[in-house]
Design a protein around this ligand. Structure first.
Ligand code: ADP
Length: 272
């Protein structure tokens, strides 16, 4: 690739003076591309060995269960369940890394169709409820009839990440709401909770890879630290933006704002 990549900056001084600066960022651009490819390749290569490990661990643990778990020394039994837990964690991490690098590499935009958001939110709600196991109350509110034009897989993964976070980071008895509603610029998906919220100093950095407010607690929740980075990239590919509002002690609200150009008329009911 012989292209030269230049970055221009124009500064205005008073009425008639301009300063034009050009910077050669070819090398920077190439390095960034190499980093992305490297992460994508490594994550892809790690998937097969992890699948084999997970498969054998599953076989061992069902063998142990069938032959009486008490015949295995307790520390081996503990070790086995630890190995399974950590293998699952590594698989989640590798899948998220692969998804994130695909989102960064692909231009996207081909498999975009109008999505019925009531059904999509309802299906995310069911998954979040399984994760919550009754600890939170999760509801869906639909105040917008238009459909969102986008990739179903990506949009679902963005909303799921937000909903799962709301479940993971709020205490028992909290309320989580998934909403599709009109917005002055188009329409938005909101995921709101009334949990402990996030200290505003952390908000600007939340979408960075592996950025976590509380390292210990986040690792224990099973998150990968990549959830909000994935959300950010999905939104970028859909011309949308993420707004995060929170007051500590009063919960958090994550809003994905989609422009009007991304909306399609409601599905017409077939007339007789
Ligand atoms: P992960 O959840 O895997 O750690 P994310 O990128 O999804 O990574 O989230 C980054 C951090 O943002 C989390 O570690 C958590 O500290 C914070 N966070 C996200 N959502 C919420 C929420 N609804 N309430 C409180 N904190 C949150």
């Amino acid at each position: 690739d012989e292209r030269l990549i230049l970055q221009f900056q124009i500064t205005l001084y008073g009425d008639d003076e301009r300063l034009l600066m050009a910077r050669d960022i070819t090398r920077l651009h190439r390095l960034e591309q190499m980093r992305r490819d490297f992460v994508a390749n490594v994550s892809h290569e790690l998937r097969t060995p992890l699948t084999v490990l997970a498969g054998y661990l599953e076989t061992f643990s069902s063998y142990v269960a069938e032959n009486g778990a008490d015949r295995l020394p307790p520390r081996f039994a503990r070790g086995l369940s630890q190995m399974q837990e950590q293998t699952t964690r590594m698989q989640n991490l590798v899948n998220d890394l692969l998804l994130l690098s695909r989102l960064e590499i692909d231009q996207g935009g081909d498999d975009h169709t109008p999505l019925a958001m009531d059904a999509l939110l309802e299906s995310v709600r069911r998954d979040a409820e399984a994760l919550s196991a009754g600890r939170q109350r999760i509801t869906v509110e639909v105040e917008e009839a238009r459909r969102l034009i986008g990739s179903e897989q990506e949009i679902r993964s963005a909303i799921s990440n937000l909903a799962f976070n709301a479940v993971r980071y709020t205490p028992e008895g909290c309320q989580v709401t998934l909403r599709w509603k009109p917005h002055p610029q188009g329409a938005c998906v909101e995921v709101e909770d009334d949990g402990d919220g996030i200290d505003p100093v952390h908000i600007p950095r939340l979408t960075e890879r592996f950025y976590r407010v509380d390292k210990g607690r986040s690792a224990a929740t099973g998150g990968t630290g990549l959830g909000l980075a994935i959300v950010k990239h999905v939104l970028l590919r859909h011309d949308a933006r993420l707004e995060i509002e929170s007051r500590p002690g009063r919960g958090a609200r994550f809003r994905c704002v989609y422009p009007a150009a991304r909306l399609a008329a409601p599905e017409s009911v077939a007339s007789a």
